[in-house]
Design a protein around this ligand. Structure first.
Ligand code: NAP
Ligand code: G4F
Length: 341
């Protein structure tokens, strides 16, 4: 019989790709979205799967809502992807971030414990939990050192998943995912901000863009591949914690340079710190400026993941690497901007 999955955060990047993947595996997919005056389904519309998902208004800030949902849907697997997921915002809204990103996990796990403790649970944990890294590369056993309210909230969710596994025998998996990007990434995250701006500059719709700390390094993978890893964790005989990463990292600066080079522009840099800027080597036009408003009170300087456990136990391995990822994103934004303006 076909399995049933319930995904919180269906309107987000991973919610869209995970739905697409589970549908391709014959799952019945229910997706929770929170009430807003105008819900945004652009990602599942872009993947053309809107009609195949059973959408339900579900907020992870409301335990009763979750209990009634699980009683009705009777899921075999719950993927908890919902979160206030933007690190920068977590410094401005630490209480809200804690409510959704940390306590939200408790609400979902409590609903499972009450309705049916045999429901399998996936928690979207994050490499941000490693923060001020204690060893490189980071693996499942690396000590955590969160550097933001977001990362601290994720660490709570991670440990609670382990706690419910050990206390109530709930099949709870924690996927410690390093940054994963795609054309469906939110525009507020640095990769999509850059791919969109470079496309607009190339097509003459924008002159320049502003950026924050360009020396931060991330281990960037392709979201479409990472959601498969989430599912693989849930198919093992026993629950566990797994790092998904590419084991390659690059700076924000390198991302910007490669994005411009893909559209045929050679970028050069002048100045230093907040006065640094990037310009077109051919025309001399300024294309990138630093704006300190994008600096964070606490920064994660570099992340690099070791995905050996996922490779050995799940048979999971990333295929799309940095340069191809940048190109996929810039190309899709060129297409979008040409089409929509
Ligand atoms: P995303 O695009 O920001 O999606 C987050 C989702 O959570 C959205 O659907 C959002 O709904 C929903 N949400 C927020 N508050 C909610 C609430 N109170 N009730 C129900 N839904 C709520 O994030 P993503 O990139 O897909 O990431 C998925 C998950 O993985 C997140 O938990 C994120 O923190 C985590 N993660 C992501 C990465 C990454 O690199 N992408 C890496 C590690 C971990 P709206 O559309 O209404 O805002
Ligand atoms: O793209 P970011 O906002 O992603 P960040 O903070 O690494 O978080 C993302 O990945 C995490 C996994 O490690 C997820 F858990 C989390 O939910 C989210 O998906 O920023 C990446 C880096 C940072 O160092 C930031 O300071 O880029 C730097 N940056 C420089 N200028 C910028 C900007 N980030 C943004 N968003 N905007 C800028 O203008």
């Amino acid at each position: 019989m076909a399995k049933t999955a319930f995904i919180t955060g269906i309107t987000g990047q991973d919610g869209a790709y995970l739905s697409e993947f589970l549908l391709s595996r014959g799952y019945r997919v229910f997706g929770g979205y929170r009430r807003t005056s105008s819900p945004n389904f652009w990602r599942i519309e872009e993947l053309n799967i809107m009609k195949d998902i059973e959408l339900m208004e579900v907020d992870i800030q409301d335990t009763g809502n979750l209990i009634r949902t699980f009683e009705k849907v009777k899921p075999d697997e719950v993927y908890n992807l919902a979160a206030q997921s933007f690190v920068a915002v977590s410094f401005e809204k630490p209480v809200l971030t804690g409510e959704i990103t940390a306590i939200g996990v408790t609400r979902v796990l409590e609903a499972i414990r009450i309705v049916n403790p045999r429901i399998k649970f996936y928690q979207a944990s994050s490499s941000e939990m490693f923060g001020k890294v204690q060893e490189t590369p980071q693996k499942e056993s690396t000590p955590f050192y969160p550097r933001s309210p977001y990362a601290t909230a994720k660490l709570y969710g991670h440990w609670l998943t382990i706690n419910y596994r050990e206390s109530y025998n709930i099949f709870g998996c924690s996927g410690i995912l390093f940054n994963h990007e795609s054309p469906l990434r939110g525009i507020e995250f640095v990769t999509r901000k850059v791919s969109d701006a470079v496309a607009r500059i190339k097509l003459g719709k924008q002159d320049y863009f502003e950026i924050g700390n360009m020396d931060a390094k991330r281990d960037w993978g392709y979201a479409k591949e990472f959601v498969e890893g989430m599912w693989l964790m849930m198919q093992r005989p026993d629950p566990g914690d797994y790092v998904l990463a590419t084991n390659e990292n690059h700076s924000v600066r390198e991302f910007i340079e490669h994005a411009f080079s893909f559209v045929g522009t050679t970028l050069e840099w002048k100045g230093s710190d907040a006065n640094e800027y990037g310009f077109d080597a051919k025309t001399g036009k300024t294309l990138v400026k630093i704006n300190p408003k994008f600096f964070r009170p606490g920064e994660v300087d570099q992340l690099l993941g070791d995905y050996s456990k996922a490779k050995t136990v799940l048979g999971w391995e990333p295929k799309v690497r940095f340069r191809e990822l940048v190109e996929i994103m810039v190309q899709r934004d060129l297409d979008r901007v040409s089409r929509l303006g």
